[in-house]
Design a protein around this ligand. Structure first.
Ligand code: PEP
Ligand code: MN
Length: 368
């Protein structure tokens, strides 16, 4: 499937995107005072786009679900008094009409909305023919196609200034993150649609304050275009996501520690990196060649198991392979997590090869 989106540069209201593009503000707009105090401090630190949730998609009922449309008046005031552009989450057609009525500059689709093609399509149909920038969070589940699909639905109705927000993916297991970043997913998005800006949302990835700097720096090192981050004048008192919000002052400190590296490589460095890349390419060729040889042996074993009617999976042998490789990996400075992933994938591929050998119906080819 082609991934071509017809995009325009992410310029909003004449505001040229800085690198990084910074969007900051509270998880939720709670009161006029909280919104204005937070916004004024953020504007003073150079933030150009202010975020605040007006309608909040909470996991459980009987929690704070946002102040609703009256909060949009406060966002209008933020724009008038600080000059910052404003953005809020829209999850249905009513939200879109309300946000547009009050002059919100940028709309954003939340993770739960991106996961629902019906909702995205209804929002897209409402925006048909309009020129408003839209930020699209990744869906809650790690599904790149669904993420791209939501952006395609918007693009098909003529929305051309789109940016993706990488906010991590839900997991059942405890991954140490509130939402696992699965960096390979936004990296693959960048590979497939290089002109699409990606903003990382460290707040919803971490779910706490401690990890924010590290995740933000990682996003910058991956050359993503910006950050979408929660900041509240008094985080401990926040009515939603209090553990992950930081004061504008601490956000300022975090931003000043960020190292923004050169996205382009100059010629001298390119030569050196070019040589190193050639070595990597060479090693990757060898790895593929070794995989090929390993699978050929697996197929020979498959033939043997077939003749002697032996089951493919020999749990003891697999257990011994994995524990030896884990130990060997550690000796070479390779993490258990990495070795486990690689060898599970190799083992599965080997099973697939044996399966093909063992379960080919000998009459099948003759009949075809
Ligand atoms: C938010 O940004 O406050 C929010 C609700 O995020 P998400 O859709 O990523 O859960
Ligand atoms: Mn939040």
């Amino acid at each position: 499937m082609a991934d071509k989106l017809k995009l325009l540069p992410f310029i909003i209201d004449g505001l040229k995107p800085d690198r990084p593009i910074l969007v900051a503000g509270p998880c939720s707009a709670e009161s006029e005072k909280q919104v204005m105090n937070t916004a004024k401090q953020l504007a003073a630190s150079g933030i150009k786009i202010f975020r605040a949730g007006i309608w909040k998609p909470r996991t459980r009922p009987n929690t704070f679900e946002g102040v609703g449309s009256r909060g949009l008046i406060w966002l209008k005031k933020v724009k008038e008094q600080t000059g910052m552009l404003t953005t809020t989450e829209v999850a249905n057609v009513k939200h879109v009409y309300e946000a547009l009525k009050y002059g919100v500059d940028v709309l954003w689709l939340g993770a739960r909305t991106t996961a629902n093609p019906f909702a995205v399509q209804e929002i897209a149909d409402t925006l048909k023919g309009m020129d408003i920038p839209v930020l699209v969070k990744n869906p809650v589940n790690p599904d790149l196609e669904l993420w791209i699909g939501a952006m395609e639905r918007l693009n098909k109705v003529g929305i051309k200034r789109i940016a993706a927000i990488h906010r991590g993916f839900s997991t059942y297991e405890n991954s140490g993150f509130r939402n696992n970043p699965h960096w390979q997913i936004p990296i693959e998005l960048k590979r497939r649609i290089p002109e699409l800006p990606i903003l990382t949302d460290p707040s919803h990835i971490c779910g706490n304050r401690e990890g924010l700097y590290e995740v933000s720096q990682e996003a910058m090192d991956l050359n993503f275009e910006g950050l979408f981050i929660e900041s509240h004048e008094n985080p401990d008192k926040a009515l939603s996501d209090s553990h992950q919000q930081i004061t504008p002052e601490n956000l300022n400190k975090l931003l000043s520690r960020l190292v923004i590296r050169d996205p382009n490589i100059d010629n001298g460095i390119l030569l050196t990196i070019g040589e190193l890349r050639a070595k990597i390419d060479d090693l990757d060729d060898k790895i593929i060649d070794i995989f090929d040889k390993r699978m050929a042996i697996a197929e020979e074993i498959g033939q043997y198991k077939k003749i002697h009617n032996i089951a493919i999976l020999q749990a003891k042998r697999w257990d011994s392979i994995l524990s030896k490789r884990l130990k060997m990996g550690l000796r070479h400075g390779l993490s258990n997590e990495f070795i486990e992933k690689v060898f599970k994938a190799i083992h599965q591929e080997s099973i697939n090869h044996q399966n093909r050998i063992m379960n080919i119906d000998p009459g099948q080819n003759e009949n075809n």
